[in-house]
Design a binder for this molecule. Structure first.
Ligand code: HEM
Length: 256
């Protein structure tokens, strides 16, 4: 396994490329992968990433945390796994202007299951069509791909934020009132990153699997470095909203 030290170096290297989605794909969910930022390289990635950052800059992180706490308390009876899947996506969908935000988490979960690898899926195609229809209509200065990028934000948020919430609640520190929720989240990010692996093209043209939670020969006294949000120009652009939502949900459920 490649150590975190080297994983960080590879991720930060501008020459490292991601495996690309098929730009000629015929099916909607596969075309979605090719129109998002995650599976393209070079200037196309940079331009889409800039647009994503513009959308993220419109988010009010305090309001997201407040909405997440309110929704988590209203849904607590459904259990932690359900709260973890539904609350982050519904809160983000609301702030990003989606119609019917409470209907989005189930659709996003289907599309998120398809997203890492692609492939034929009628369910993913149908979920995408409904999510694009719920995205806010383009304003005068908006590009037609803006709806795709807004849906991408929900898809990227879905599994990772849910995994952080559930792992934090299952962590031995969760039962200890002396461990603040932010510290609990940090322990999970360091020990068992919610996105365990990512991929890059290696020097021989083959795919490298990079473990974000592997051993670290350069660990500090605090422990191995945190690579849970990646590193370099493709690192997660949304750690602040992710942590604000996760902290609000975990705080609420720890108090139950
Ligand atoms: C705890 C929650 C989260 C974790 C651990 C996480 C982790 C990651 C990681 C590791 C990557 C980089 C993958 C790579 O380099 O190959 C990534 C990318 C990304 N994440 Fe997150 N993420 C989280 C939540 C979110 C949220 C809430 C959003 C949106 C609001 C988001 C949006 C994105 C986007 C758009 C990318 C792709 C960036 C690009 O293509 O340049 N993430 N995330």
């Amino acid at each position: 396994m490649i150590e975190r030290h080297d994983v960080e170096r590879i991720l930060a290297d501008p020459a490292s490329l991601v495996p690309e989605a098929d730009a000629a794909a015929a099916r909607p969910a596969d075309r979605f992968r090719a129109r998002a930022s995650r599976f393209v390289n070079g200037e196309v990635h940079a331009a889409r990433r800039r647009r994503l950052e513009e959308f993220l800059a419109t988010l009010d992180v305090d309001a997201l945390a407040h909405a997440a706490a309110t929704r988590a308390s209203a849904l607590a009876h459904a259990g932690a796994d359900s709260v973890a899947v539904q609350v982050p996506v519904a809160c983000l969908a609301e702030q990003l202007g989606f119609a019917g935000p409470d209907a989005t988490p189930a659709l996003v979960a289907v599309l998120a299951g398809h997203y890492p690898t692609g492939g034929p899926s009628d369910r993913a195609d149908a979920a995408l069509v409904r999510l694009l229809a719920a995205a806010p209509p383009p304003g005068r200065r908006e590009h037609r791909d803006d709806a795709v990028l807004r849906v991408q934000l929900l898809v990227q948020a879905c599994a990772a934020t849910a995994a952080l919430i559930t792992a934090a609640l299952r962590h031995p520190g969760a039962a200890d009132d002396a461990v603040p929720t932010l510290e609990l989240l940090e322990r999970v990010l360091r020990e068992t990153p919610p996105v365990p692996t990512t991929r890059r093209i290696g020097p021989d043209g083959g795919e490298l699997v990079l473990h974000l939670g592997g051993p670290d020969r350069g660990a500090s006294p605090a422990g191995p470095r945190i690579l849970a949000f990646g590193a370099g120009a493709r690192s997660c652009p949304a750690p602040a909203p992710a942590l604000a939502i996760a902290a609000a949900v975990v705080d609420g459920l720890r108090a139950c």
